[in-house]
Write a protein that binds this ligand. Structure first.
Ligand SMILES: O=c1ccn([C@@H]2O[C@H](COP(=O)(O)O)[C@@H](O)[C@H]2O)c(=O)[nH]1
Length: 280
């Protein structure tokens, strides 16, 4: 029996639930504003509340591994539960762990997040290609085998990213464009959508000099706390906007701990995204 690909599962989730991805980023300041202690117990209450509020409506959750790892093994245990509960609620999970290393070590990272029986198995994983795109091959292979996906950092939302990603190579292409080219090759011939996506910040303004037509998803962080809005998406992404998975973390999470307020905030962002994409 063949496994359904991540790209196919994601397209279905985007069509039925809308494309919004909500981050699960338990910042210490958010725990505090939710009236929770900055402890493993606080972390657990926070994550469970987000999943309870939004698990049946958002297409994708993006837990930010760093906020769990800062509590050590107990925090990682909460991350495992969060992933399982989010997936059980019907959402896809993109683990934002931004892993990247030499190929032999990358294989171990891939096993941690993309092996079907791993406690942290996620539908997709963010990865860093800055040890060379080829170093990601073990993750590409395991993702394909298990119907999972990757989001490769191509053009990140932070202002410092350009120093690396806009650097121009000997062939005249810049580094970010080169990563997009690798992903287009990875996704060639896939339908309805390839499983190998790019991270492209919603904060970056006009990207018309880039070929964003990679036949794969474009994970777009930067909406809300970093200043971008859903209305920016068409001008940033052009025709590729239909493959954009816009991420909002603090912009939604700051409305907790009320489940109702979290739901209304996510619904507002989802509506704004829908209108922006429909008008594009
Ligand atoms: O280019 C990137 C890649 C990843 N991120 C991550 O997304 C969220 C954004 O959080 P907000 O609260 O909505 O700003 C966070 O987990 C980042 O690590 C990114 O912002 N930019």
């Amino acid at each position: 029996m063949s496994i359904e690909s991540f790209g196919s599962r994601l397209r279905r989730a985007m069509d039925s639930r809308g494309p919004l991805c909500v981050g699960i980023d338990p910042h210490a300041s958010l725990l505090d504003s939710w009236g929770l202690p900055d402890t493993v117990e606080g972390l657990e209450r926070f994550s469970r509340t987000v999943v309870e509020a939004l698990g049946e409506t958002v297409a994708v959750f993006k837990p930010q591994a760093a906020f769990f790892e800062r509590f050590g093994s107990k925090g990682v245990a909460v991350l495992e539960t969060t992933v399982a509960e989010a997936r059980a609620a019907g959402a896809l999970v993109c683990m934002d762990a931004k892993r990247g290393d030499i190929g032999s070590t990358m294989a171990a990272y891939a096993e941690a997040f993309l092996r079907k029986d791993s406690p942290l198995f996620s539908d997709a994983l963010t990865v860093s290609p800055y040890l060379g795109y080829g170093s990601l091959k073990p993750a590409v292979d395991l993702a394909r085998e298990n119907g999972a996906g990757l989001f490769v950092l191509a053009l990140t939302s932070n202002p410092e990213g350009g120093e690396v990603q806009h650097a121009v190579r000997a062939d005249g292409r810049n580094v970010g464009a080169t990563m997009l080219g690798h992903l287009a090759a990875e996704n060639a011939g896939e339908s309805p959508l390839g499983s190998f996506g790019a991270v492209v910040g919603a904060t970056l303004g006009d990207l018309s000099s880039y070929d964003l037509d990679i036949n794969g998803p474009l994970l777009a962080p930067g909406i809300g706390a970093q200043g971008a809005t859903p209305a920016d998406l068409p001008s940033v992404f052009g025709a590729a906007v239909r493959n954009v998975v816009p991420n909002v973390s603090r912009g939604v999470l700051r409305h907790g701990p009320s489940v109702e307020a979290l739901r209304s905030s996510a619904a507002r962002f989802a509506d704004e995204v829908r209108s922006a994409v429909a008008g594009a």
